[in-house]
Design a protein around this ligand. Structure first.
Ligand SMILES: *Cc1c(COP(=O)(O)O)cnc(C)c1O
Length: 517
């Protein structure tokens, strides 16, 4: 499909949202050549003073290590480089620009106090090779974060090593495997509901388990009867997301845990949706044996662009012997010597290291700053606001978009494109049209139990004013689809690139399309 040019004159048909955003600013170039294309020989961003020592021959000094392609670097002035990158940065969408309603991702605002604390000299400049005796402060930060996370989850032991949620899943299932092995048999299968995130079955498979699919019932929850029938002495664990990916709390979670435990199986909780639970209920209290947290979701550390993230794994005491090494321990005060923190490397039952050094320390600092800045009441309020915001959107949009599950939802809401699909418009088209209205798209086509899903998670970061703008945009798109489906089918109209060849883009990791002249 030939996408329309962003420079095309605006007509009533392609006029974007007339609200606060989306004024086309003419001084902003949407065509930016590569630095290599702008290069002209001899230009440089600096000028060195004349040599006051004899000139040396680089080739003679460096030999084979002299790069022969160094001459291919672009040659530009400093301001050309600065403008190039500054212009590119304006093409980004970011949480600091507007709402980012990607369901299941909890794209909340990263408060500036997190950044302030993470940049403090003693914290930012600490080095992992620094001796423990000189690292008591940064070890204390890790210790305090561990304590807070254990309090929030109601678990007994924790590792901060994993670098993200999926990595936490792998760590948690390796712990599960080590636990069963220590009892004589690793067992062979892991149960996973059909609403699960794709990383769950990938994790189970990578840890050597066979995946058995658990069908959701009409409420979008685990079918407890079916679970009871298929759990056997060969089941290692159930991997459960609670609340589920359609935002529904598993109201029979105690019963689910009991069914598993009766057969010696463990309950793994995918904690990606903890933003619906913090300060209200604790997984450790409702039967969970092991879980991961996504600090970059629930605890506001920066998110997107590929990381770094952090996916701590919290577990019950039965799994503690298997935690990744090293484990942070505290030697109590002794006589005149104060209590000291150190890493314990002699853990004979450990699954081993899962990450170099101790994990993504900068994220620990930000998460702890967020937790302490909010305090227990603030965290509880955050959860309540996240749930309120999602339910506000649900109420405001449920007559425009199909709501496949009527079950009460918590921090996110999942609609389907059923009504719009009658006009040939799919969830991906609506998402692309949303870009023209100045919003980042919601999550499309996930979870798989909802065909044509629109998965929306506003988080507590958004004000009612921002939510209302989003509602206006979504309702206007729904109307537009009835009257002129082409608008969504050809969207986005306001970006420099319209429709990508998504398969090729995903396969080679970069868009094959060229900028339109
Ligand atoms: C985000 C997410 C994951 C994976 O977490 P990453 O930190 O992206 O690796 C797993 N499960 C669910 C439900 C998620 O939303």
């Amino acid at each position: 499909m030939a996408p329309s040019s962003p420079q095309a004159p605006q007509t009533a048909a392609n006029a974007p949202f007339t609200g606060r955003r989306r004024k086309v600013s003419s001084h902003l170039s949407q065509n930016e050549a590569l630095l290599f294309e702008k290069s002209s020989p001899g230009k440089a961003a600096y000028r060195l003073p004349p040599l006051d020592v004899p000139e040396a021959d680089a080739a003679a000094l460096l030999g084979d290590s002299l790069r022969e392609d160094a001459g291919l670097l672009p040659e530009l002035s400093e301001i050309e480089i600065v403008r190039h990158f500054t212009r590119l940065s304006t093409w980004n969408y970011a949480i600091d620009l507007g709402m980012y309603p990607l369901g299941s991702c909890t794209m909340k605002y990263n408060p500036r106090v997190n950044e302030l604390v993470a940049r403090l000299e003693g914290i930012a400049d600490s080095h992992p090779y620094q001796p423990e005796s000189l690292s008591q402060g940064v070890l204390g930060i890790q210790r305090l974060l561990q304590k807070c996370l254990l309090e929030i989850t109601g678990m007994d032991a924790i590792t901060l090593q994993p670098a993200a949620g999926a990595h936490g899943e792998m760590t948690g299932i390796l712990l599960t495997r080590a636990y069963h092995e220590s009892r004589g048999n690793p067992r062979s299968k892991i149960l996973i509901p059909d609403s699960a995130h794709g990383t769950n079955p990938a994790t189970a498979a990578i840890c050597g388990y066979r995946v058995e699919n658990l069908r959701s019932n009409s409420l979008g929850m685990v079918d407890v009867g079916q679970l009871e029938r298929i759990v056997t002495e060969d089941t290692a664990a159930l991997m459960l997301t609670n609340p589920s990916t359609i935002g529904v709390f598993e109201s029979e979670i105690h019963k689910i845990a009991d069914i598993l435990h009766a057969k010696g199986a463990l309950l793994y909780m995918d904690g990606a949706n903890m933003n619906a639970l913090v300060g209200k209920v604790r997984p450790g209290d409702f039967g969970v044996d092991v879980m991961h947290l996504n600090l970059h979701k629930t605890f506001s550390t920066p998110h997107g662009g590929g990381g770094p993230g952090s996916g701590p794994v919290a577990a019950k005491a039965i799994l503690e012997p298997f935690l990744p090494t090293p484990v942070l321990v505290e030697d109590p005060a002794d006589g005149g010597r104060p209590a000291t923190l150190r890493f314990d490397y002699s853990r004979p039952h450990s699954i081993g290291r899962v990450r170099m050094f101790y994990g993504n320390f900068g994220m620990f600092v930000r998460a702890l700053a967020y937790i302490l800045a909010n305090g227990p009441d603030g965290l509880r309020q955050t959860t309540e606001d996240a749930v309120l915001n999602a339910n506000y959107l649900r109420r405001k949009l449920e007559d425009a978009y199909e709501l496949p599950y009527k079950t009460p939802t918590l921090h996110e809401v999942v609609f389907s494109d059923r009504r719009q699909a009658r006009h040939g418009v799919k969830t991906g088209d609506i998402a692309k049209r949303l870009i023209d209205y100045g919003f980042h798209p919601y999550t499309t086509s996930f979870p798989l139990i909802v065909p044509g899903a629109l998965m929306i998670e506003p988080t507590e970061s958004e004000s009612k004013e921002e939510l209302d703008l989003f509602v206006d945009a979504m309702r206007q798109i729904a109307r537009e689809v009835e009257e002129n489906p082409e608008m969504a089918l050809r969207a986005p109209h306001s970006t420099r690139i319209s429709r990508l060849d998504e398969v090729t883009a995903a396969q080679i990791g970069r868009a094959p399309c060229r900028v339109r002249a």
